[in-house]
Design a binder for this molecule. Structure first.
Ligand code: PBG
Length: 347
């Protein structure tokens, strides 16, 4: 038994380190830096003006012109990079626009590399859902076990991913973001890249990607035609161990970076991933996480700037080296260190 202290005063006072702004600042364990932020961006084929996304106030589908201006702004803000998504005019069953060098994502990639490729890491979403008329992340076939009902054909999709990877590398993408959750996708794309002379193009694997309701606003952002859901390939939100298994498999297949997505609801998976991963760990604060903050702030229910900072800081604290967030540029601006006033005049 420990003896109770004979005085009523606490022996240990953690509050001491919280007494002044200076002390709180110097003992902070986690800091945000613009270089650790990546901005997801949408580019819409044929658009002459930026098009607002109703469920994501402040985020737009860019025209090529507004895209260039936004890239310059992102570079000036000092963020680490951008993740590009294409919104094509036409879609088909096999997502042809994804492998076409003139497809909107590949065009946008060339534009981005030419405009800001020295300042930003230009990253591309490697997945078919933006390009297929059925909205799935892969091509479909009639299922044998399910009496002909359509199912996503894993191995046929890998063939398309290989071509898509080559098209993106050829367009100049600095980092391929594999977000389709097909088995073997990292190995397949790695093999295609190496065979095409792109052995130095790195892969960001969306390894622990969950079938999440929080992607809702993104579906509007890319005008997704999906009916149903992605539960036969994305992870069940109930499963943490399975997420870690996906991380291990992707690292074994050659992933250069692994990702956990969404971020806010999966900080446990993120922390465990950070503790086992031998490669950098990133996390994606997804569209629904963005929209919830915007909606609550618009109602005056939360302090918008503090909520943005706290949400991204929490993702970093849990173990993400880099955070993909629609707040990236605004947050980077807010991180500019103000000159600290001494209250004295220099002599
Ligand atoms: C797939 C992809 C999705 C998101 C990023 N990549 C949609 C999905 O898997 O359903 C969602 C991102 C967000 O919600 O912000 N191409």
């Amino acid at each position: 038994m420990t003896e109770l202290p004979d005085s009523l005063h606490p022996l240990v006072r953690p509050r001491r380190l919280r007494t002044t702004p200076g002390l709180r600042r110097v003992v902070a364990e986690t800091r945000l830096h613009p270089a650790d932020l990546v901005l997801p961006m949408f580019v819409r084929e044929g658009a002459t003006e930026p098009v607002e996304i109703a469920s994501m106030p402040g985020v737009v589908q860019h025209s090529l012109d507004s895209f260039k201006a936004a890239l310059v702004e992102a570079a000036e803000a000092g963020i680490g990079g951008v993740m590009l998504f294409g919104v094509p005019e036409k879609k088909d069953a096999v997502g042809s626009g994804a492998v076409d060098p003139k497809g909107i994502l590949n065009v946008a990639t060339r534009t981005a590399v030419a405009t800001a490729g020295d300042a930003l890491v230009i990253q591309t979403d490697l997945c078919l859902d933006e390009f297929t008329d059925h909205g799935h992340c892969g091509v479909l076939r009639p299922s044998k076990s399910l009496k002909g009902a359509p199912e996503v054909d894993n191995d046929a999709t890998l063939e398309v991913y290989r071509q898509m990877g080559l098209a993106q590398a050829e367009a100049g993408s600095h980092l391929l973001g594999l977000s389709g959750m097909m088995d073997g996708q990292v190995a397949a794309v790695r093999n295609a890249l190496d065979g095409g002379g792109y052995e130095n193009t790195p892969i960001l694997a969306y390894s622990a990607k969950y079938a999440s309701a929080f992607y809702g606003p993104f579906r509007e952002a890319v005008q997704s035609s999906l009916v149903g859901d992605r539960r036969t390939y994305q992870l069940d939100p109930a499963n943490a161990r399975e997420g870690l298994r996906e991380v291990e498999i992707d690292i074994a297949e050659g992933a250069d970076i692994v990702m956990v997505k969404p971020a806010g609801g999966y900080l446990d998976v993120l922390a465990e991933t950070a503790s086992i991963s031998s490669v950098p760990v990133w996390a994606y604060q997804v569209s629904g996480e963005y929209s919830m903050i915007e909606a609550a702030a618009a109602n005056g229910w939360i302090d918008r700037e503090r909520a943005i900072h706290e949400s991204v800081l929490s993702i970093r604290r849990a173990g993400a080296d880099v955070v993909l967030t629609y707040f990236a540029v605004e947050l980077a601006h807010s991180l500019r260190v103000p000159a600290r006033r001494t209250g004295r005049r220099a002599k």
